[in-house]
Design a protein around this ligand. Structure first.
Ligand SMILES: Nc1ncnc2c1ncn2[C@@H]1O[C@H](COP(=O)(O)OP(=O)(O)OP(=O)(O)O)[C@@H](O)[C@H]1O
Ligand SMILES: [Mg+2]
Length: 250
C-alpha cells in the first residue's frame, strides 16, 4: 500500500473541514478525489505532506508514519513525493530550464550531466523542448501548466499529488494534460492522487475515485460507477460539474 489515511480530522476554529477521512491507495494506482469547492480537497493534500498539520488521525506513505517523522525523515520522504499545486506558479525571473533544475539542485545531489538529461527528458515528455531557454512570461497558460507538470515529475517521485491540474485550461489542452499525466504515470510507474473537477480528466486518469463531502468520503468506486449512480448527491454533483466545467475559467 502506497498511502493509508486513517480518520483524518482538521478544523479551522469552528469550521470543520475534514471530519474523519479514511482511504487507501495501492502502488501504481491513480486515484481521483472529487468534491465541491471548499470541501477540503486542497487541505487534504497539504496534510498528506505535512504542509498543514491535521488535528488528529494517521497518514502512512510508503509505510512511514508521516505525522511521526522528524524533520530530517520528513524531508527524505518528501523527495519521493511530487506536488502540483493548484495554480502552481513558475518563478518569473528564471528561464524554463532554471525552473526545472530548481527542485533538483535544492534537494538532490546530482551532477550536471544527470540534471541536463532530466531536463531534456521532462521537456520532451511535455513536448516543449524548444521552450527550454524561454522565460515563463513568453509562454501561454497551457504551456506554463505543462512546464509546471514537468517540474513536478523531474525528481522522479513515487507518489504524485495533483491539485486541479486542468483547471482554467481550454478543453483540448485539458485533455492533452490528462493524457500526458496518464502516460507519465505508466512510464514512471508512479502512484497518484488527483484532485479534479474535470470529469473528462478523471475518466482518462482514474483507476478509482472517491467523493469528499461534508468532511467525509461519501462514495468510492470507478468513474463509471459514480457517474451512473442514482444517489442524489452524485447525480447533482456530476450534472453541476458538467455545466460548471464548460463555463469555468478560474
Ligand atoms: N489556512 C487556512 N486557514 C483557515 N481556513 C482554511 C485554510 N485553508 C483552507 N481553509 C478552509 O478550509 C476549507 C477547505 O478549503 P480547501 O482549499 O481545501 O477547499 P477545496 O476543496 O480545495 O476547494 P476548491 O475546489 O475551491 O479548490 C475552506 O472552508 C477554507 O476556507
Ligand atoms: Mg482546492
Amino acid at each position: 500500500m502506497m498511502v493509508e489515511v486513517n480518520e483524518l480530522h482538521k478544523s479551522f476554529n469552528s469550521n470543520v473541514v475534514l471530519d474523519g477521512v479514511s482511504f487507501k491507495v495501492s502502488d501504481a494506482e491513480n486515484m481521483v478525489v472529487f468534491g465541491r469547492s471548499g470541501t477540503g480537497k486542497s487541505v487534504l493534500l497539504k496534510c498528506m505532506i505535512r504542509l498543514m498539520l491535521p488535528d488528529s488521525g494517521n497518514i502512512s506513505i510508503q509505510g512511514k508514519d508521516v505525522l511521526g517523522l522528524n524533520i530530517k525523515e520528513l524531508n527524505e520522504l518528501r523527495k519521493d513525493i511530487g506536488f502540483l499545486f493548484q495554480g502552481s506558479a513558475l518563478y518569473d525571473s528564471m528561464t524554463v530550464k532554471e525552473n526545472l533544475e530548481f527542485p533538483l539542485i535544492r534537494n538532490f545531489d546530482l551532477d550536471e550531466k544527470e540534471i541536463n538529461s532530466r531536463v531534456n527528458f521532462v521537456l520532451e515528455a511535455v513536448s516543449l523542448l524548444d521552450a527550454m531557454n524561454k522565460m515563463p512570461s513568453e509562454l501561454s497558460g497551457g504551456m506554463r501548466k505543462r512546464i509546471g507538470l514537468a517540474r513536478s515529475i523531474i525528481t522522479k517521485p513515487k507518489l504524485m499529488l495533483y491539485d486541479e491540474p486542468t483547471t482554467g485550461l481550454d478543453p483540448i489542452t485539458a485533455k492533452e494534460i490528462s493524457v500526458l499525466i496518464n502516460e507519465l504515470q505508466h512510464a514512471l510507474k508512479m502512484t497518484s492522487i488527483v484532485v479534479t473537477h474535470d470529469l473528462l480528466c478523471a475518466k482518462i486518469i482514474a483507476d478509482r475515485a472517491i467523493v469528499l463531502d461534508s468532511g467525509k468520503i461519501v462514495k468510492e468506486g470507478s468513474i463509471n460507477e459514480l457517474t451512473a449512480s442514482s444517489d442524489p448527491l452524485l447525480k447533482n454533483f456530476f450534472s453541476d460539474e458538467i455545466i460548471e466545467t464548460s463555463g469555468r475559467g478560474k
